[in-house]
Design a protein around this ligand. Structure first.
Ligand code: CP
Length: 313
């Protein structure tokens, strides 16, 4: 399917074929990244702004490197050193960036809907790099790219997402994408963090970790989003770890070829033991590597690219 969107705001509004177009384009860019010369001129003359109003390591650096590999000029906006501190609104900040000829604005913000808000008045493309607890579309796309690369399909796979679901934008984007592509999604964690309402999206909800892990092809672990919780959602981190943390003993109960995933940042010894995070079934760092090709694909597509057919083999 030919890509036609100016923005990437969420997964919810994408069709399955559009998700596949992004994945196939990312596959072509991954091949480019394996060449001696990794840079392509696709975004030469374009300006990309990383407008991150919340902290980030992986997403910001990955977008920056992706833009550089596409030959764009990149500006990293520092919220702390900006006029946002003097009371300037997000709308005025974004309009000023556009007045400086920004072609793509990549935004991470604590408010759900901030990218959608910007997209309503900007001519520039807007890419959502995480908005509150709402969505983190490029994380889900790189997760699914990694699963497809390892398992060679998505349809019919049993994917368990374990942890803080209710406050997780990664969970929401993954759920939308996995269901659209025909995977079976199980959500697990404490009842306060995994409410039954997620069944309405088409997921299976369980609070029994043994039930959630048994038979899973993929286990995607999420950290507790302390920064978004307004009150304590379970008695203690120690209790969370004893009931839901993935350690060697719990790992022995899952299939030998089950993928262990985590979007990062990981909290070692809480949702995942170091032995599991660094073990042979973990693809956590491969997810990060794949994020570069995936974000090259997104920047290429929102700036007018049609799909993988435009990238020379
Ligand atoms: N996965 C993810 O979004 O990581 P960062 O917060 O470091 O970007």
């Amino acid at each position: 399917m030919t890509w036609t969107r100016k923005d990437l705001l969420d997964i919810q509004s994408l069709q399955a074929e559009e998700i596949l177009t992004v994945l196939d384009t990312a596959r072509a860019f991954k091949a480019v990244g394996e060449r001696a010369i990794k840079k392509v001129p696709a975004l030469r003359g374009k300006t990309v702004v990383n407008l991150f109003i919340e902290p980030s390591t992986r997403t910001r650096i990955s977008f920056e490197l992706a833009a550089q590999r596409l030959s764009a000029d990149v500006i990293n906006f520092s919220a702390e050193a900006s006029s946002l501190r003097k009371g300037e609104t997000l709308k005025d900040t974004a309009r000023n960036l556009e007045a400086l000829n920004a072609d793509i604005i990549i935004i991470r913000h604590s408010a759900a809907g901030a990218p959608h808000f910007l997209s309503r008045f900007l001519q520039a493309s807007v890419v959502n790099a995480g908005d509150g607890a709402h969505e983190h579309p490029t994380q889900a796309l790189l997760d699914i790219f990694t699963i497809r690369e390892k398992k060679e399909r998505i349809e019919g796979l049993r994917v368990t997402i374990l942890g803080d679901i209710v406050y997780s934008r990664v969970a929401r984007s993954n759920i939308w994408a996995l269901l659209k592509l025909g995977a079976k999604v199980t959500l697990c964690g404490p009842a306060t963090l995994v409410p039954a309402v997620f069944e309405k999206m088409g997921c299976r909800v369980t609070h029994d970790v043994k039930d959630a892990l048994g038979g899973a092809d993929v286990i995607n672990l999420l950290r507790i989003q302390h920064e978004r919780q307004r009150k304590t959602m379970f008695p203690s981190l120690g209790e969370y770890t004893s009931l839901f943390g993935i350690n060697r003993s719990r790992l022995s109960q899952v299939n030998p070829d089950t993928l262990i995933m985590h979007p990062g940042p990981i909290n070692r010894g809480v949702e995942i033991d170091s032995e599991v995070a660094d073990g042979s079934r973990s693809v956590i760092l491969e997810q990060v590597t794949n994020g570069l090709a995936l974000r090259m694909a997104v920047l290429f597509l929102v700036s007018g690219g049609k799909g993988p057919q435009e990238i020379a083999a």
